[in-house]
Ligand binder design. Structure first.
Ligand SMILES: [Zn+2]
Length: 472
């Protein structure tokens, strides 16, 4: 391996890296379908962030290509022969909704105690810029490479991956030969579970001493709902006393309830739990399932709250649902109940269940079990599905990335298989690599998302050497 001091090269560019990263973090790049147009397929925010990223690359002397505002790229090594292998780097400029509960404005990045706070700081603008600067160092040092590097930024990673589907169809270039995505953690993610969302359809049947007019919660299928809102009428005496007793039974969940009486006499209640990434539902407190459980106990009678509050409550492995499954290599199935919509006037209320599943089970097997749940009239599946993905340790992509990680950190590398889906799986020889380190606090998809500045810099040095070793 080369004797270049990549950590020193990164340290020399610290301020530039942070300035460029701040410029991207200031852009609210949440998907907004209400403002989507043919020119802004996921709304204006993701387009603005993509363009800002490509502008940085153009400033640094790369020829950039924006594929109709779905995704964009630049290629380093255009002077290499046409048949040179291409290393793909897949990042994304979109972010999940900021949600509530922030101590600072999510799109006004700020460093406190060495941590950079902003939506997108760790998922995925921070790691993207760490990796970008890794490549920038190789470029500025003019290190000779034999492979091209194509740096690709998407705009719809957090939702349906419509960006990359469009990109590959319209970019007019073959897919990279191998690659990685700086959108997860070190040492590596070389296996990813399958990912499917299935929708329970439930009618509005609703009897009982307390009437449920409305119950909604959840911003995205891949997030644990932080809060849930219900509109109620009927026998609602002592609501706060009853809630205090309920919350006391689940003291470790820190449940919180706000109530408001409307002019029509209906009571609106909002229960707060804790959000988390949908691939790790056990790290959150699903606000809707707890509110449904509470409503069940105070007199709401409906199949919707029965399923939400009894079956789905803390059912992260799908055991109560009856879909639990475990594979020796890839681990266990996990389930996040992500989006709930109930109106008593509707005959088609839905609960979106997002499953991460190992090899050995599949979406249809799960669907058949769900269809038998009491009160469920039908089950539909999301258009997009990811099947389980695995790149073996013997692949030089995996072994090279791990050896650079070990060299720079002094830690032992090992394979990891996760429930989250990353752009690593876009290529048959694709993995995710960084930028979180073992033991780091994971704040992705949560309020007060941050990345420690030193993590950013350590990651950039690893990316520089990793790209060099893969492409030299
Ligand atoms: Zn991400």
């Amino acid at each position: 391996m080369t004797e270049i001091d990549f950590k020193a090269e990164v340290a020399a560019r610290r301020e530039d890296l942070l300035a460029d990263l701040f410029s991207l973090l200031k852009i609210n790049s949440e998907r907004d379908d209400s403002q989507a147009t043919p020119e802004a397929p996921f709304g204006p925010g993701p387009v603005a962030a993509l363009q800002a990223f490509l502008d940085l690359a153009a400033r640094d002397g790369y020829a950039t290509q924006n594929v109709d505002n779905y995704a964009g790229h630049f290629t380093y090594g255009d002077d290499l022969p046409d048949d040179a292998e291409v290393l793909g780097i897949f990042a994304h400029m979109d972010v999940v909704p900021a949600g509530s509960g922030w101590d600072s404005a999510p799109y006004a990045p700020e460093i406190r105690d060495g941590k950079l706070y902003a939506r997108g700081a760790s998922d995925d603008k921070g790691p993207t810029m760490a990796c970008y600067y890794g490549l920038k160092i190789l470029k500025e040092l003019k290190l000779p490479l034999t492979k091209k590097i194509r740096f690709i930024a998407g705009t719809d990673e957090e939702s349906g991956w419509g960006d990359m589907a469009y990109y590959f169809d319209h970019v007019g270039l073959p897919a990279p030969d191998f690659g990685f995505s700086p959108d997860a953690e070190f040492p590596i993610i070389n296996g990813e579970k399958g990912n499917i969302t299935e929708y329970l359809h439930i009618d509005g049947e609703n009897t009982g001493a307390v009437h449920l007019h409305r119950l909604i919660g959840g911003l995205r299928e891949n997030m644990v709902p932080e809060s849930a809102t219900a509109v109620l009428s009927g026998a609602l005496d002592d609501l706060t006393v009853k809630f205090a007793a309920f919350a006391g039974r689940y003291a470790d969940k820190h449940l919180r309830l706000e109530t408001e009486i409307g002019t029509d006499g209906r009571v609106t209640v909002v229960l707060h739990g804790r959000s988390a990434h949908g691939a790790m539902p056990e790290k959150g407190v699903n606000g809707v399932t707890y509110l449904a459980k509470f409503l069940d106990e105070i007199g709401v009678v409906s199949p919707f709250t029965k399923i939400a509050g009894t079956i789905l409550l803390e059912d992260h492995a799908g055991e109560k649902l009856g879909v639990a499954f475990k594979d020796e290599k890839m681990g266990a199935l996990s389930m996040n109940a992500g989006v709930f919509k109930f109106e008593d006037t509707s005959s088609d209320n839905t609960i979106a269940l997002n499953f991460r599943y190992p090899q050995g089970t599949d979406a249809d097997t799960i669907r058949k079990v769900l269809a038998k749940l009491p009160g469920v009239s039908s089950v539909t599946k999301s258009e997009h599905e990811h099947t389980p993905h695995y790149v073996p340790m013997t692949d030089p992509l995996v072994s090279t990335l791990l050896s650079v990680y070990e060299k720079q950190t002094g830690l032992k590398g090992h394979e990891q298989i996760i429930g989250g889906g990353t752009f690593g799986r876009l290529l048959k020889r694709g993995v995710a690599f960084g930028a979180m380190f073992p033991g780091d606090v994971d704040t992705m998809h949560q309020a007060n998302e941050f990345i420690p500045v030193d993590v950013l810099l350590r990651a950039a040095a690893i990316y520089a050497e990793a790209i060099y070793e893969l492409a030299k």
